[in-house]
Ligand binder design. Sequence first.
Ligand code: KE4
Length: 430
Amino acid sequence: MQRNLLSKHFFDRAKKVIPGGVNSPVRACKSVGADPIFVESGSGCWVWDVDGNSYMDFVCSWGPLILGHCHPEVVAAVKKAAETGSSFGIPTWSEVKLAEMIVDMVPSIEKVRLVNSGTEATMSAVRLARGFTNRKKIVKFNGCYHGHADSFLVKAGSGVATLGIPGSPGVPEEIVQNTIAIPFNDKDAVKNVLDKEGDQVACIIVEPVPANMGVVLPDEDFLPFLRQITQERGIVLIFDEVITGFRLAPGGAQEYFDIMPDLTCLGKIIGGGLPVGAYGGKAEIMDQIAPDGPVYQAGTLSGNPLAMAAGIKTLEILSRPGIYELLENRMDYLAGELKTISQKYGIKCTIQKIASMMTCFFGQDGPIRNFEQASQSDTEFYGKYFRQMLRNGVYLAPSQFEAAFVSLAHNWDDLDFAIEATESSFKVLA
Ligand code: KE4
């Protein structure tokens, strides 16, 4: 029987001094009807909470820990960097090294600017696209999340195109009236919007494989269509690869699908668990960024040596042969077993996966192509599943609309543990 006295103690204390007791809303586990655990440590694919309970972790810090927790080589690299200085606000060789690795690994990136989060990366890329094109409007897709910058926080539309309805208090209508939100995988919606106001559109920003409505795969012709129509109309195509970058392949989704965006946003994995984001692309566009260009963007801790050390070591390890095939094989095994067990217990669900990430959408039985369909999922059942798996020692994303990640540290025995936990959970929930 799991004890959770200390997690409860820390949550009570946290709520007195931190809004909602958490530093990022989804961690509060509200949508799955649970109180958060408070973690003490992690190692490999396991985390331990402050009460000493162990959990197999499929959140992996929401994607960054593709090597698992406390990979010895990453820990050693960060320790070594810490002994010579944590931050200087003065250029260092390590940020050059990480930038060169990103340019080398990500097909479309000729120049890259390092920042400290995915949000910084996407908001800077959008500002750059607006500065480069001298246009104001941006197009995004319902269910795609690009961080919490004002321009992105529009209410997901039920209609074909949602014109700038703020998705959060504090976001002025004047800001989001330049944001057009349309359904993902809907070529007609893209064409209609661009026919109507394409001459005012600076960029289309897209998660090439959305993972923030759960994992939704692009129709085979959707990304090529976006690439062509933006090319034709002088619109900057931005791939938000904060999740897919270095997850789907060393070169991310753009390598996986062989599509070259104009700008790419990165985060998560490139920091190896430390705060790093990045945006990059064609030199012609990137050279518009200060100090050489007029588009301003800055950051005190951008490129700091500790985060660089973690990122460099992580990308070095990911560059070793066979890594991505192994990750994909493990996810295929897990997803296959999950489907078999769901059928055995009559649990209605659709599993969508790519490379080493997947989502099991409950209450669904067909392909899910967009947010409107994803939002029909049985979130109540997902909450029960989350809580049952937690009791069985497995930590899943505390939301139906997120991805589960497999890391290099999830070995075959670990996956069998998760499969057994799933079977016993479904037995209870069926
Ligand atoms: P951050 O600012 O949280 O580093 O990155 C924002 C971001 C941008 N683009 C994509 C595709 C993202 O998925 C994210 C952040 N992802 C979420 C989880 N899906 C972060 C978890 C959280 O908000 O706590």
